[in-house]
Design a binder for this molecule. Structure first.
Ligand code: SR1
Ligand code: MG
Length: 419
């Protein structure tokens, strides 16, 4: 059953009547649609998100809007992004079992997905702002990133399957274009939709006059648009992770595309670093301990990622890349090859990490970690540390030994008055 062949945005009022004949929804919440309670809870930049509560349970209905919600209908955006989100979720579920919400129903015409209601999960960014710890977070995220990266690449996949997938996701044009502009380009010049805390002007002018930095960022963009190593989530920030105190899931992969192996883990680490730098505005007690907990999460994510990637290299290297025929079957150790792949991956990851730290303070779509700081002078000081560390990471990306070195740089900037 579908909710019609012509797209129409749902509302709290129309949803029960329009979706009452979708068996996958009725079987989760109960078939008496008159008894459904519907709330719209979308707080992201793009979509409608409804919680449907019925006598037998709850489900999420996520529907794409034909424009950028954050900006309005002056910025149209194709509905087909729901199609790519659906296909990304099915691939993530296969490559990292248990890591993403279960999908109950997809309606392409209505650009909507009915999926599992995660409870009592909340958006991880809210927990980080509130100073809450999540057990197992680093192990979950490191494993998720390694599995999706490795199993979505030709280290593992059969080449015809991987190339078909690259072709499928190549149809997603406007969504990657957002990342190409907002993440990789707009922070580094006075782009129209940019905004920033006024006090940051001296830091921004330093960043924008750093030609070597702009070259490195554009090299990263070149790799992002042309290097189809694996299927990336594409928007893996702390608003794309939901957690309880002991369990986490990754949500919202509508920015999925084939891209560099290190893209997701780099973007994610940036969001933990921004949580780290923003903490002095969010708490007094427990500040030092909580900041150290965040750095520990970053270090453990990266260590888990490396261990899982190397384990998959040893046990699931079934693709055309670095075949056993050239290494193990010849009695040759393939560890140096894995080391080389990981060195490139971390170079990309730390570069993307620095860029993400810039874009969330300088272009459109900032993050709540800094944006909710009401004391503007304090916010500027904390954002300035974050911006300068981002530049440092971009410059040093190919020389950083490991995540511990990144954490040491973070501690250094956290103690500096950059402004
Ligand atoms: C116009 S969309 C702005 C941002 O929201 C999404 O969540 C992505 O992070 C994108 O860059
Ligand atoms: Mg999103």
């Amino acid at each position: 059953m579908s909710a019609g062949t012509v797209y129409e945005a749902l509302s709290v009022e129309t949803l029960p009547e329009r979706l009452k004949d979708v068996p996958a929804l009725a079987s989760k919440v109960g078939s008496d649609s008159a008894a459904w309670d519907v709330k719209e809870v979308g707080d992201g930049n793009l979509n409608l998100v409804f919680i449907v509560t019925g006598p037998e349970g709850k489900a999420i209905v996520k529907q794409a809007l034909p424009y950028v919600r954050l900006v309005g209908d002056s910025w149209p955006l194709p509905l087909y992004r729901a199609y790519f989100e659906y296909h990304a979720l099915t691939r993530q579920a296969a490559r990292a079992p248990g890591a993403v919400p279960e999908i109950y129903h997809f309606d392409e015409a209505q650009a909507l997905i009915v999926m599992e209601f995660l409870s009592p999960h909340v958006i991880l960014r809210r927990k980080l702002i509130a100073g809450e710890r999540v057990d197992g977070l680093a192990e979950f995220l490191g494993t998720y990133c390694a599995r999706t990266a490795f199993r979505g690449s030709e280290l593992s996949m059969a080449s015809p399957d991987k190339k078909a997938d690259v072709a499928l996701f190549a149809g997603n044009v406007e969504i990657p274009a957002i990342t190409e502009a907002l993440v990789f380009t707009d922070p580094y010049y006075n782009a129209e939709m940019n905004h920033h805390t006024d006090e940051l002007e001296p830091v921004i002018s330093q960043l924008r006059s750093d030609i070597a930095l702009k070259v490195k960022v554009q090299q990263a963009l070149q790799r992002f648009v042309s290097n189809t190593e694996t299927m990336v989530h594409g928007d893996l920030h702390s608003g794309s992770i939901m957690s309880t105190d002991t369990d986490s899931r990754v949500i919202d992969p509508e920015f999925a595309q084939y891209g560099p192996l290190g893209f997701d883990i780099g973007m994610m680490c940036a969001n933990f670093l921004m949580a780290y730098f923003s903490q002095p505005a969010h708490r007094g007690n427990d500040l030092a301990d909580y900041q150290e907990w965040i750095l520990g999460v970053i270090a453990d994510i990266c260590a888990t990622f490396e261990a899982e990637f190397r384990a998959l290299w040893a046990t699931e290297r079934t693709g055309i890349l670095y075949p056993a025929a050239l290494f193990e079957d010849q009695g040759h150790d393939s560890t140096p090859a894995c080391d080389a792949v990981l060195a490139d991956l971390w170079r990309d990851a730390w570069t993307v990490c620095g860029i993400e730290m810039h874009r969330r303070c300088l272009s459109l779509a900032h993050n709540a970690d800094f944006e909710e700081i009401e004391d503007i002078a304090l916010r500027a000081r904390l954002e300035a540390r974050n911006l300068m560390m981002g530049a440092d990471l971009i410059h040093k990306a190919d020389t950083l030994a490991d995540a511990s070195a990144v954490c040491a740089i973070a501690r250094d900037f956290n103690g500096k008055d950059v402004l």
